[in-house]
Design a protein around this ligand. Structure first.
Ligand SMILES: Nc1ncnc2c1ncn2[C@@H]1O[C@H](COP(=O)(O)OP(=O)(O)O)[C@@H](O)[C@H]1O
Ligand SMILES: Nc1ccn([C@@H]2O[C@H](COP(=O)(O)OP(=O)(O)O)[C@@H](O)[C@H]2O)c(=O)n1
Length: 225
C-alpha cells in the first residue's frame, strides 16, 4: 500500500525534547526533518558576526534578507550553513543562545525564515517533521498532526545541564525561563500551543516513550488518510 505524505509540527519550549524526538521519529518513519530553531540561531550567528546591534530591531530588520541559510533535512545527519559556511557548532554557543530571542522577535526575520520553512516543507517528498515554536500556529497551520511538548522547568534544566558539563542548574533554569518568557510574549507569532495540537508532558517520560507516543499518533493519522 502506498503511504500518504505526512506533515508533522512539533512545538514547545527549550528542553522538552523536540529535537531528539523529531529526529528519531523522522528517521524511523522515513520522513525529512527540519530544526527551525537552528535557522533562527543561524541568522543570529550572522548578525553577531557582522556586528549588527542586537538591541536595535530596525538594524536587524534592514539586513534580515542578506544571509543565505540552507538546511539539510536528513534526520540522521541534519546540516545548517550560512552563505556556504557550516555553522552547526557556532550556533550552539551561549552567546548565540542568549541573543536568539531578540533576533527571532523581529517580524522581518520571521517573515523571511517562515517563507524558507514553508518551501522546505512543501518540497519534502515523503513528508516532514518540523520542530520549533510557531510551526502549528503559523508556519504550517494545515499540518496533519500537531504536537506540543511540555516539561517542568526542573526537568528541562536538568536535561540541558547534562549537555553543558559543569553548568549551574539554577542558572540554566533561569536562562530557560527568561527565553520562554521572551519567546511567549513577543508580538510576531509567539511560542504557543495551537488549538488543535496534542499536548504531551514529557517530564516523567523517557525519550523512548515520547518517540513511541509520537510515532503512534502519526501512524493513526496516516491510517485515517
Ligand atoms: N523524555 C526525556 N527524558 C530525558 N531526557 C530527555 C528526554 N527528551 C530529551 N531528553 C534530553 O534532553 C536534552 C534536550 O532535548 P532536546 O531534544 O534538545 O530538546 P529541545 O529540542 O526541546 O530543546 C537532550 O540532551 C535530550 O537527550
Ligand atoms: N519556530 C521557531 C523556532 C525557534 N525560535 C527561536 O529560536 C530560539 C532557539 O530555538 P531552539 O529550538 O534552537 O532552542 P532549544 O530548544 O534548542 O534551546 C528560540 O528560543 C526562539 O527564540 C523561534 O522563534 N521560532
Amino acid at each position: 500500500m502506498e503511504r500518504a505524505t505526512v506533515i508533522v509540527a512539533i512545538d514547545g519550549p527549550s528542553g522538552t525534547g523536540k529535537s531528539s524526538t523529531s529526529k528519531a521519529v523522522a528517521a524511523q518513519l522515513g520522513l525529512s526533518y527540519l530544526d527551525t530553531g537552528a535557522q533562527y540561531r543561524a541568522i543570529t550567528w550572522w548578525m553577531v558576526n557582522n556586528g549588527i546591534d542586537i538591541e536595535d530591531p530596525s538594524a536587524i530588520a534592514a539586513v534580515a534578507g542578506k544571509p543565505e541559510i540552507v538546511s539539510g533535512t536528513d534526520p540522521s545527519a541534519p546540516t545548517i550553513t550560512v552563505d556556504g559556511t557550516d555553522v552547526a557548532g557556532p550556533i550552539r554557543t551561549q552567546e548565540v543562545t542568549s541573543k536568539v530571542s531578540a533576533v527571532s522577535a523581529v517580524p522581518e526575520v520571521r517573515a523571511r525564515i517562515t517563507e524558507l520553512q514553508r518551501s522546505i516543507a512543501s518540497g519534502s517528498e515523503n513528508g516532514i517533521v518540523v520542530e520549533g515554536r510557531d510551526i502549528g500556529t503559523t508556519v504550517l497551520p494545515d499540518a496533519d498532526l500537531k504536537i506540543f511538548l511540555t516539561a517542568s522547568p526542573e526537568a528541562r534544566a536538568a536535561r540541558r545541564n547534562n549537555e553543558l558539563k559543569g553548568a549551574d542548574v539554577h542558572a540554566t533554569r533561569e536562562a530557560l525561563l527568561k527565553r520562554d518568557a521572551a519567546d511567549s510574549s513577543r508580538k510576531a507569532s509567539p511560542l504557543a500551543k495551537a488549538d488543535d495540537a496534542v499536548e504531551v508532558d514529557t517530564s516523567d517520560l523517557t525519550l523512548q516513550q515520547v518517540i513511541e507516543c509520537v510515532v503512534t499518533l502519526i501512524e493513526e493519522k496516516r491510517a485515517a488518510k
